[in-house]
Design a protein around this ligand. Structure first.
Ligand code: NAD
Ligand code: IPM
Ligand code: MN
Length: 354
């Protein structure tokens, strides 16, 4: 049966990197994928006056999975907040109820020299960060900028309900059960009530997973431990804002932010798949971006939404082979390897599928 993929390239390097992932998927006709493109972010604003046009949301709802590039750009930063590209991305996550964001930080052995950390610190690294994606200070009300006592104040609300914590904690425990059975919950319960409740609920959920070794860490310490000795972690579960920050940090353990894919899932494993990085306006349009995070996101799509582990691994093996052959985009280039463009990297992965 044909599976329908909504392809949302977005802004900046989005179209360049998504084109490579689409090329890889098209090289596997046995997947029976039907792909349809639509605008999101700044592209949505430019074409329909809305960073999440009605037609795009409809396409995404009807599709079996969504493949997204990135949104945003300096030309949109002065727009009213509801019209900004980033709001389109937050809205599609919320509308599709994609509360569980899986961000695997994995070091391909060939890239040990590309990481800014010592090879012995990062070699063999394999961490799964489970980031809650539809709650927290990202969506909490009230929020705004207003005048109080004669000066402007900006405010947001950090808030989690126990049901929101429980469902993402379950996802994280389930993943830990399939991996090293170690889960670290990251929060700031020494200061924030919101985190205090988070921790309590995670402990409640842990009763259903006696085999998983649960630990708790404050986010400031977690940031330090991630660069000190990242291999102490197996699965990390954390809230939206902490997960946003820690996953960018963890990406450098895997060599480059251009290497880290993600899956954003609802209760039924319907998902949106996107690299964790942004639209990289500084390199957009130059055909130099690393498309591997997006290609690896397509592999996650096969694994999590379509339950097709074999073909997910086929893409991941192709990426491994390309890296073993010394093919590198600029961000992961080291002396003695071969520097290629974004589209050449896509071609190399397609060739390695064979
Ligand atoms: P960014 O991730 O776009 O870029 C940070 C740095 O990493 C830049 O130097 C960039 O060139 C580099 N980089 C990122 N992806 C790369 C890749 N695939 N290959 C090589 N280098 C890469 O973050 P930023 O500069 O803070 O944000 C730029 C814009 O992107 C902003 O408008 C921001 O809101 C948006 N953004 C969007 C998403 C998303 O769509 N999911 C995520 C983060 C940021
Ligand atoms: C990410 C991005 C987004 C986030 C922005 C662009 C809204 O940084 O996907 O990590 O903060 O979630
Ligand atoms: Mn981010």
């Amino acid at each position: 049966m044909t599976k329908k993929i909504a392809v949302l390239p977005g802004d900046g390097i989005g179209p360049e990197i998504v084109a490579q992932a689409v090329k890889v998927l098209q090289a596997m006709p046995e997947l029976n994928l039907e792909m349809e493109e639509a605008a999101i972010g700044g592209a949505g604003y430019d074409t329909a006056g809305d960073p999440l046009p009605e037609a795009t949301l409809k396409l995404a709802r009807e599709a079996d999975a969504v493949l997204l590039g990135a949104v945003g750009g300096p030309q949109y930063d002065k727009l009213d907040r509801p019209l900004r590209p980033e709001r389109g991305l937050l809205r599609i996550r919320k509308e599709l109820n994609l509360f569980a964001n899986l961000r695997p930080a994995l070091l391909y052995p060939e890239l040990a020299d590309s990481s800014s950390l010592k090879p012995e610190v990062v070699s063999g690294l394999d961490i799964m960060i489970v980031r809650e994606l539809t709650g927290d200070v990202y969506f909490g009300q009230p929020r705004g900028i207003e005048v109080r006592n004669g000066e402007r104040v900006g405010f947001n609300t950090m808030i989690y309900s126990e049901s929101e914590v429980r469902r993402v904690a379950r996802v994280a425990f389930d993943i830990a059960m399939k991996r090293g059975k170690k889960l670290c919950s990251v929060e700031k319960a020494n200061v924030l009530e919101c985190s205090e409740l988070w921790k309590e609920v995670v402990i409640e959920v842990s009763k259903g997973y006696p085999e998983v070794e649960l630990s708790h860490m404050y986010v400031d310490n977690a940031a330090m431990q991630l660069v000190k000795w990242p291999k102490q972690f197996d699965v990390i579960v954390t809230g939206n804002i902490f997960g946003d920050i820690l996953s960018d940090q963890a990406s450098m353990l895997s060599g480059s932010i251009g290497m880290l894919p993600s899956a954003s899932l609802d209760e039924n494993n319907k998902g949106m798949y996107e690299p964790i990085h942004g639209s990289a306006p500084d390199i957009a349009g130059k055909n130099v971006a690393n498309p591997l995070a997006t290609i690896l996101s397509a592999a996650m799509m096969l694994r999590y939404t379509f339950g097709d582990e074999a073909n997910a691994q086929r893409i991941e093996q192709a990426v491994r082979k390309v890296l073993a052959d010394g093919v590198r985009t600029a961000d992961i280039y080291t002396a003695g390897t071969k520097k290629v463009s974004c589209s050449e990297m896509g071609d190399a992965v397609v060739a390695a599928l064979k």
